[in-house]
Design a protein around this ligand. Structure first.
Ligand code: SF4
Length: 458
């Protein structure tokens, strides 16, 4: 696959719509209340028969202060005493889920997300990793990653994390501009961010990733240009560049953002265009869906070898893992089912006190869901789709099974987003930024999904 990306403003404006990020298909919106504990146990037993590798996700929800743009499920508190009962429940959940799963299955991926994972104390971090290792078998080469808020970490924290086995970190930066930082209530000095990057490099983390957001209040082309220069100089392995989605009806903290300070849609596109030009000129490859990586980074390599994958945490190099989620709101995938935990501390505590899995809802995928998930994953990861392979998987000719989708695809081909070949769909260089829109053609649920639940595709 060639790494080409063309920014076509006209086309982007034409396809200016809201849509899912497809970290799962069907999306989390389709997960429903009819899924029970017994369903989880049944699917876990079925997945044990396959015996494939596991991925573990831990949601550590506490943060010291609120960032106004945040759409994560977090708990803002200065009181560190909240962490002990939460972790006690997390250990109960570890034991309950380990009892459903064949724990000899190798864990090849583990991630701590949040919230702010390093809000917990160093001793608690040690304890959590120790408990995890008591129940599960982490392979020596497992990808063990953590989200870091540089305001809540020091060089010492990074040393400890490396000792605990972490080998990938992802740093929240968003923007270095002090006015933007003030407008979003995330004051984070360049010095503290760079100190963490330096420490991670010294500790030989396999990959250092940074998160940026465009579309924040008071951002301008010139201010973001300066941020990009600083990021490029810091030389991370991966860069995520997210589009800020202003959805104050859904996310309470966003109501504190002054709408009038937000850049216009035109300005946002210019910022995106500039970012693409600068990052690709600096040697980063566009992986897709907001992600850039150096050519020698594992994500780039996996994409070049058509083995890139996508799961609830975004792009991944490990395909076919079952994902177990721990902590409030954590989502997992076991065999052909998705399962999500309850979202509040109270519900989480109440269920675990009764020794029940803290599940809120789930979804059993149909054969049709799985086929469409495969199609969407391949398009997002490879920018192409082998329609012959789709026919082999489904037992029906592609054009017959997807007749309706075909006419939408033809319209996109006319506009230059895709090329339709005999047995292949290829996303063009100018279609890559709109890959979400292309995937939406194959999303059977998109008509019934409320538009306001999703961010703009660009
Ligand atoms: S962006 Fe991160 S640090 Fe800020 S409130 Fe959200 S979860 Fe907490």
């Amino acid at each position: 696959m060639q790494n080409q990306l063309i920014f076509n403003r006209q086309l982007i404006q034409k396809y200016d719509t809201a849509g899912p990020r497809y970290t799962s298909y069907p999306t989390a919106l389709e997960i429903n209340d009819s899924f029970t504990q017994a369903d989880f146990i049944k699917h876990a037993a079925l997945s044990n028969k396959g015996g494939g590798p596991l991925s573990l996700y831990f949601h550590l929800p506490f943060c010291d202060t609120v960032c106004f743009y945040c759409g994560c499920n977090k708990i803002i508190t200065k009181n560190r005493a909240h962490t002990a009962p939460y972790l006690a429940n997390l250990y109960k959940e570890l034991a309950l889920k380990a009892a459903c799963i064949d724990t000899s299955r190798p864990v090849t991926q583990l991630h701590w997300g949040g919230g702010t994972p390093t809000f917990i104390s160093k001793q608690q971090m040690q304890e959590l990793m120790q408990k995890t290792r008591e129940h599960f078998h982490l392979t020596d080469d497992a990808d063990i990653s953590i989200e870091i808020d540089p305001r809540e970490a020091s060089a010492e924290t990074i040393v400890l994390l490396r000792e605990l086995g972490f080998n990938r970190i992802s740093l929240g930066i968003q923007d270095f501009d002090p006015f933007v930082q003030k407008a979003v209530n995330r004051i984070q000095s360049e010095a503290e961010t760079l100190a963490i990057i330096h420490a991670a490099r010294q500790q030989q983390f396999r990959s250092i990733s940074v998160d940026l957001i465009y579309g924040l209040p008071l951002q301008t082309l010139s201010s973001f240009n300066t941020t990009l220069d600083k990021i490029i100089a810091a030389d991370p392995d991966r860069i995520s560049l997210f589009n800020y989605a202003h959805l104050p009806e859904l996310f309470k903290s966003q109501r504190q953002i002054n709408r009038e300070q937000l850049p216009s849609a035109e300005q946002k596109l210019s910022i995106l265009q500039l970012s693409i030009i600068k990052l690709t000129a600096a040697g980063y490859r566009y992986i897709g869906m907001d992600h850039f990586a150096k050519p020698d980074d594992e994500l780039s390599q996996a994409q070049l070898q058509n083995r890139l994958h996508r799961n609830f945490q975004g792009y991944a190099t490990h395909a076919e893992c079952d994902l177990l989620g721990f902590g409030i709101s954590a989502i997992g995938q076991v065999g052909d089912a998705y399962a999500q935990n309850v979202k509040t501390l109270q519900e989480y505590d109440a269920l675990l006190q009764q020794n029940k899995l803290p599940l809120m809802r789930g979804l059993q995928l149909t054969a049709e869901d799985k086929l469409r998930r495969w199609i969407i994953t391949r398009l997002i990861c490879d920018f192409e789709l082998d329609t012959q392979q789709v026919a082999t998987l489904s037992g029906q000719p592609f054009n017959t099974q997807f007749a309706e989708e075909n006419s939408a695809l033809k319209a996109m081909a006319k506009e230059g987003l895709i090329e339709i070949q005999q047995h292949r769909l290829r996303v063009t260089a100018q279609g890559r930024l709109l890959v979400r829109n292309i995937c939406m053609i194959f999303d059977q649920y998109r008509q019934s999904s409320p538009q306001q639940a999703f961010s703009k595709t660009i």
